[in-house]
Design a protein around this ligand. Structure first.
Ligand code: GDP
Length: 364
């Protein structure tokens, strides 16, 4: 699955944020899946295009339901300083973090004398380094083990093993300089079974006090500078406020946000940035029955996208009718869009674009 793992030192606001995520998910309408694991939360991807489409496909009293797409967040507890020494990072921790496709690294940027900081003071850059060091050490330990096996095989004349061993050594060199694996450039594709954590993209989540959302405080500025040097994104949130927002009806939440002087909730921002970071785009199926968003990876072709809806549609894919969502809104429906010549016929090699509406023509 395409999830984002939430990591960070203890007491930085991870649970507060994760609780907001699960509550937001539980409240979301048209929730397409019922059972999920306790450490997994789903947040719908805010998408105003769907409401616009639902309006034009409304027939009298019948408003087509909107089914949004979502991003999954995984609460990855159990990372503390020194975890990679002694005890080692817990197996559960490693298993969880290796499964996700991106990491949301929560950093404490709020002062609160009542909330103990594990290092005794608020220092976001030191916190970031602490976590990154643990993850780098975990990657080194895993990769060194892997390299032993590969070297043995390479000596036996296995060419693939030789290439992988060279790659592992190149990555180990980067890690050995105290840098995450993603900081390096390598020849060849890194096999998934290297199990690298620090190759995954990171979003820094700067958790600030509730009255600090408008202006960046000094800590947030530090995090921004650090992230910029890494080419990573930063989302500023107040985990506490997100918790309160998650409990409110939509209109009330909007009013609360405008009182705070912000346009969008931190969680919505995090979802959008997460979606981008994961390299995901949305295509839409749309008509009088329902308006539904689907998630695919950027670069996927029409048959793969069809397979997201149903595997039969990928197998039997003949061609697809495609139109940009805003063209559909302008036309006001399929028939009108077709008579204007705005609906294109695309074949198997068509690369999907964000906001495409697709109708799959298939054999059964
Ligand atoms: P975790 O250990 O990272 O999961 O941290 P928690 O979510 O349990 O938060 C630790 C403490 O910090 C709790 O008492 C939270 O209420 C408090 N906390 C979390 N976010 C904020 C915040 O934005 N402002 C303030 N003042 N306290 C917060």
């Amino acid at each position: 699955s395409l999830g984002i793992g939430i990591v960070g030192l203890p007491n930085v606001g991870k649970s507060t944020l994760f609780n907001a995520i699960t509550r937001a998910g539980a409240l979301a309408a048209n929730y397409p899946f019922a059972t999920i694991e306790p450490n997994v939360g789903r947040v719908t991807v805010p998408d105003e295009r769907l409401a616009a489409l639902s309006r034009i496909f409304t027939k009298g009293e019948r408003v087509p339901p909107i089914i949004p797409t979502f991003v999954e967040f995984v609460d990855i507890a159990g990372l503390v300083k020194g975890a990679s020494q002694g005890e080692g990072l817990g197996n559960q921790f490693l298993a969880n973090i290796r499964e996700v496709d991106a990491i949301a690294h929560v950093v404490r940027c709020f002062e609160d004398g009542n909330v103990i900081h594990v290092a005794g003071r608020v220092d976001p850059l030191d916190d970031i380094e602490t976590i990154n060091t643990e993850l780098i050490l975990a990657d080194m330990a895993g990769l060194e083990k892997r390299l032993q096996g590969l070297t043995k095989k390479a000596k036996g004349g296995d060419k693939d093993a030789r290439e992988q061993a060279d790659l592992a050594e190149a990555i180990l060199k980067v890690l050995g300089e105290g840098k995450p694996a993603r900081a390096g450039t390598y020849e060849g594709r890194i096999p998934k079974d290297f199990g690298l954590i620090t190759i995954k993209p990171v979003i820094y989540v700067a958790n600030v006090g509730e009255d600090e959302l408008q202006q960046d405080n000094e800590y947030v500025q530090q995090v921004r500078a650090y992230a910029a040097a890494e080419g990573a994104q930063v989302v500023k949130i107040s985990a506490q406020i997100e918790g309160e927002l998650a409990e409110m009806p939509e209109d009330e939440a909007r009013e609360f946000l405008s009182e705070l002087g912000v346009q969008e909730s931190g969680l919505d921002q995090l979802v959008k940035v997460g979606y981008e970071t994961l390299g995901l785009i949305t295509f839409i199926t749309s008509g009088e029955k329902e308006v539904r968003a689907w998630t695919i990876r950027r670069g996927e072709k029409a048959p793969e996208a069809a397979g997201e809806i149903h595997s039969d549609l990928e197998r039997g894919f003949i061609r697809a009718e495609v139109i940009e969502w805003d063209k559909m809104v302008e036309a006001g429906g399929w028939a009108a869009a077709k008579s204007k010549g705005w609906v294109r016929t695309e074949g198997k090699e068509y690369v999907m674009k964000d906001g495409d509406i697709m109708n799959v023509l298939h054999s059964s």
